[in-house]
Design a protein around this ligand. Structure first.
Ligand SMILES: Nc1ncnc2c1ncn2[C@@H]1O[C@H](COP(=O)(O)OP(=O)(O)O)[C@@H](O)[C@H]1O
Ligand SMILES: Nc1ccn([C@H]2C[C@H](O)[C@@H](COP(=O)(O)OP(=O)(O)O)O2)c(=O)n1
Length: 667
C-alpha cells in the first residue's frame, strides 16, 4: 500500500484460515545489512525485508559509499568495505528506524569522520544519551545538535584514547544500545569489555546480535547477560550468502488471527529454531488456550479445542498474566488479544513501550478503551479487561505500524472498526492488509437491492430464515427517520436538522421489528406518506452518511441478508452475493396493492402505480447511491416468478458463492 489513504474500515470478521509467507525480519535485515557493509568480501542477502526501516538503512549505507547491487533473483549483493566506509562525510536521515539509527551511530562514532544523523520528529523524542555516553568513553566525538540526550547528532573524529577496561551501559532503556556497542566494538582495534547495569530488557535481540556477529566472523564472549567481551583483532568477514528469516513479530498478528478465527493459520519463514525472541509469542498464545504447532520453518495457530467458528462469537481465550520483558514488540499483539480473554489480562515488563514509535502504553490504553475494554496502566504494565459490549470505533495508529496491525484483531469483536492511516504498516510490512484480507473472512452479507415492491423484503426474510442469518431492512431505517421527522415537524429538505434528529433518536432494528425511542413503529412507517418522505430524505448525502453506521451495525455473525437500494454498491460493497431484484411496474403496483389491503390499509391501484413510478424515478435520479444495479450484482426479474422460486434462486447463488468457504454455513 503506497498511497496514504486516510482510513480503512474493517468489517466484523468471523473466520481466519490459510498460509502467510512472512516478510523478512526487520531486526535481522538491518543488522545483516550493516554487518555485510562493514565486512571484508561481498555478501549476497536473500529475503531481506523491503520496507521503510530497511530503505532508510540502505539509503544510509549508499550515502556512506557502500555499493549495493540488486540481483535478478531478488537477492542483494553488499560489497563490504572492510571495516572502513569510503565516505568520511555524510548527512544521514534515518526516519523512525531505531534499528538503523543506534548501530550506525556507534559504528560511525568509532570509525570517526564528519557525519550528521537525524530522523523524523518522533526519532528526536527517543532517548540516545546512554549510548552516546558509552561511546564517549571510547574516545568518540558526538555532539547533540538539538536537545541534549536526543537526536539529531553530529559525529566527529575519534580521539585515540585507550578504551577503558570496562564500558557500562544501562540495560533497561533499550537493548539496541548494547547491540550498537557490540556491533561497533570490532572496529575499535582493541579488546572491548561491555557491562550491563541493571536488568537487560529484550535479551533475545542481544542474542540475535551476537549470533549474527558470529556468522560474520566475530565471536563475543559473554558471562550471562551482564558482561560481554569482544576480543582484540576481531574483524567482520562475509559469510558469502545469507538468508534472512521471516519476521517473528509480524508473525504474531496472523497467529493471533488463527486463534480468533478458528484457523489454522500458518506462517512460513520462522519456526522452532528461529534466532528471534518473538517466536516466544506462540507459547504465550498457547497459554491463552490456542492450539499451536511448530515446524522447522513454520508455526501454526488454531482456536482452542471445541471452538465452533459458526457460533455466535469469537472464542473465549484464557486471560493471561505475562512478563513481556523478552518480547516487547509481540506483546502488543497480546494486549489486543486480551480483549478476547475470560477475565483481566496483565502484561508487565513493557516499560520500553514508552520510548518506541510512540508511547505505546498510552496509545494501547486509549485505543483498547475505545472498543469497550477497561484498561489500567502504569510505568511498565498494562491491564486489560475485555469489553462487556463491543463498540465500533475510530482507531488512531500514532504513525506506529504495530498499533495498526495489533488493533486489526478488533475486527473479531463483531463490530466495524475504522483504522486510521493504515499505510503506517509500511514501516515493516507494506503488504500487511493484503495478507490480512487473504486469510480473514468477514461476516458474510447477501445484498438484495431493487425498486419498490420487487419483493426484496420478502425474499430477504425467507433467505435469512433458511440460512439462519440476520436481516437488515434498510428501507425501514430511512422510513423510521422520515416518520420521526414528520412527527416532529422537521423539514424534509433540511439535512442538518435531519442529521441532528438521527443523532439524538434511538432507532432500533431487531428481528424485523422497528422501534423509535422505544415505541414500536413497525406499521406506522408503512404508509404511502412515509414512503414518499423516506424517498425524499434519502436523496440527502448527509442523511445517508448519518445512517451508514446504524445499517452496518446489523452485520453480525453468522451472516446478514440486507435489502434496500445501495446495499451492494455502498453499504456492503464486499457482500458475497449481490442481487438486483426487479419486476414489471404493473406487477409491482399490484403486489403493493394486495399487500396494503391485506394489512387493512386503504389503497387505490392507479394512485399506487403513480406513486411507485415517482418514487422509483426519485430513487434512480438522486446523485448519491442511486437505485441501480452494482456492476457485480446478479439481476433477478421476478415478474413471472413465485416467491418460492425467487428464494430458491437466491439461495442457490449463495451456496455457490460460499462453497469456496467452509467458514460459512449455508442452509
Ligand atoms: N416473486 C413474487 N411473486 C409474487 N408476489 C411477490 C413476489 N415477491 C414478493 N411478492 C409480494 O409482493 C409484496 C411486496 O414485496 P416486498 O417484499 O414488500 O417488496 P419490497 O421489499 O421490494 O418493497 C409482498 O406482499 C410479497 O408477498
Ligand atoms: N438502501 C436504501 C433503502 C431505502 N431507501 C429509500 C428509498 C426508498 O424509496 C425508501 C423506502 O425504502 P423501502 O425499501 O422501505 O421501500 P419499498 O419497500 O421498496 O417500497 O427509502 C434508500 O434510499 N436506500
Amino acid at each position: 500500500m503506497s498511497e496514504r489513504i486516510p482510513h480503512l474500515d474493517l468489517p466484523p470478521a468471523c473466520a481466519a484460515a490459510g498460509t502467510v509467507q512472512l516478510p523478512g525480519s526487520k531486526s535481522i535485515s538491518n543488522r545483516v545489512l550493516l554487518l555485510a557493509a562493514l565486512a571484508h568480501g561481498t555478501t549476497r542477502l536473500y529475503d531481506l525485508l523491503d520496507a521503510d526501516d530497511t530503505a532508510r538503512m540502505r539509503e544510509a549505507l549508499t550515502a556512506l559509499g557502500v555499493t549495493l547491487q540488486p540481483q535478478p533473483d531478488g537477492a542483494l549483493d553488499v560489497l563490504g568495505c572492510g571495516g572502513r566506509f569510503p565516505n568520511r562525510e555524510a548527512s544521514l536521515f534515518l526516519g523512525n528506524a531505531g534499528t538503523a539509527f543506534r548501530p550506525l551511530t556507534a559504528a560511525l562514532a568509532v570509525l570517526g569522520g564528519d557525519y550528521r544523523l537525524d530522523g523524523v520528529a518522533r526519532m528526536r523524542e527517543r532517548p540516545i544519551g546512554d549510548l552516546v555516553d558509552a561511546l564517549a568513553r571510547w574516545g568518540c566525538q558526538i555532539d547533540y545538535l538539538g536537545t541534549q540526550g536526543y537526536p539529531p547528532l553530529r559525529i566527529g573524529e575519534r580521539q585515540s584514547v585507550a578504551a577503558p577496561a570496562v564500558t557500562r551501559v544501562r540495560g533497561n532503556v533499550s537493548s539496541q544500545f548494547l547491540t550498537a556497542l557490540l556491533i561497533a566494538a570490532p572496529l575499535l582495534g582493541q579488546e572491548a569489555v561491555i557491562e550491563v547495569d541493571g536488568t537487560l530488557i529484550s535479551q533475545p535481540y542481544v542474542a540475535m546480535t551476537i549470533a549474527l556477529m558470529a556468522h560474520f566472523g566475530v565471536t563475543v564472549d559473554r558471562e550471562g547477560w551482564q558482561r560481554f567481551v569482544v576480543p582484540a583483532g576481531s574483524r567482520y568477514r562475509s559469510p558469502g550468502t545469507w538468508y534472512v528469516e521471516g519476521d517473528a513479530s509480524s508473525a504474531s498478528y496472523f497467529l493471533a488471527l488463527g486463534a480468533l478465527g478458528g484457523g489454522p493459520v500458518r506462517v512460513v519463514g520462522v519456526g522452532e529454531k528461529s534466532v528471534q525472541g518473538d517466536v516466544a509469542f506462540a507459547d504465550a498464545l498457547a497459554q491463552m488456550g490456542a492450539r499451536v504447532r511448530k515446524g522447522e520453518n513454520w508455526i501454526e495457530a488454531a482456536a482452542p479445542e471445541g471452538f465452533d467458528p459458526m457460533g455466535g462469537a469469537a472464542p473465549r481465550l484464557r486471560a493471561l498474566t505475562y512478563d513481556a520483558t523478552a518480547i516487547p514488540d509481540a506483546a502488543m499483539t497480546l494486549a489486543a488479544l486480551a480483549l478476547f480473554g475470560d477475565g483481566t489480562s496483565r502484561l508487565t515488563g513493557i516499560g520500553s513501550w514508552r520510548v518506541k514509535e510512540t508511547d505505546r502504553i498510552a496509545a494501547m490504553a486509549a485505543e483498547l478503551t475505545k472498543v469497550g475494554a477497561t484498561v489500567a496502566c502504569g510505568d511498565d504494565w498494562l491491564e486489560v479487561t475485555p469489553p462487556a459490549t463491543w463498540r465500533a470505533a475510530t482507531i488512531a495508529t500514532y504513525d506506529d505500524h504495530r498499533m495498526a496491525m495489533a488493533m486489526s484483531l478488533t475486527a473479531f469483536g463483531d463490530c466495524y472498526q475504522r483504522i486510521l492511516d493504515p499505510a503506517c504498516v509500511n514501516k515493516t510490512f507494506p503488504t500487511y492488509w493484503a495478507c490480512y484480507r487473504a486469510i480473514v473472512r468477514p461476516v458474510p452479507v447477501v445484498a438484495i437491492d431493487g425498486p419498490s415492491a420487487s419483493g426484496k423484503g420478502t425474499v430477504a426474510a425467507r433467505v435469512a430464515a433458511a440460512l439462519g442469518w440476520h436481516t437488515l431492512d434498510s428501507g425501514a431505517v430511512y422510513r423510521a427517520l422520515a416518520w420521526l421527522a414528520l412527527e416532529k415537524g422537521v423539514a424534509l429538505d433540511d439535512p442538518a436538522a435531519l442529521v441532528a434528529l438521527a443523532g439524538t433518536a434511538r432507532l432500533e432494528f431487531r428481528d424485523g421489528g422497528v422501534a423509535v425511542n422505544g415505541v414500536d413503529v413497525g406499521d406506522a412507517i408503512r404508509t404511502e406518506a412515509v414512503s414518499c418522505a423516506a424517498s425524499r430524505i434519502a436523496t440527502l448525502p448527509a442523511v445517508r452518511d448519518a445512517l451508514l453506521a446504524l445499517q452496518r451495525a446489523s452485520r453480525r455473525r453468522p451472516g446478514l441478508v440486507a435489502d434496500g437500494r445501495d446495499m451492494g454498491s455502498v453499504v456492503f460493497p464486499d457482500a458475497c452475493v449481490k442481487v438486483f431484484l426487479t419486476a414489471s411496474p404493473e406487477v409491482r403496483a399490484e403486489r403493493r396493492y394486495k399487500q396494503l389491503i391485506a394489512k387493512g390499509f386503504n389503497a387505490n391501484i392507479d394512485q399506487l402505480r403513480r406513486e411507485l413510478a415517482a418514487r422509483d424515478a426519485q430513487d434512480r435520479a438522486r446523485a448519491v447511491a442511486p437505485l441501480q444495479a452494482a456492476p457485480d450484482a446478479r439481476q433477478l426479474d421476478t415478474t413471472a416468478m413465485t416467491i418460492d422460486e425467487a428464494v430458491a434462486t437466491v439461495l442457490e447463488w449463495v451456496r455457490t458463492a460460499c462453497a469456496v468457504s467452509d467458514a460459512v454455513r449455508v442452509g
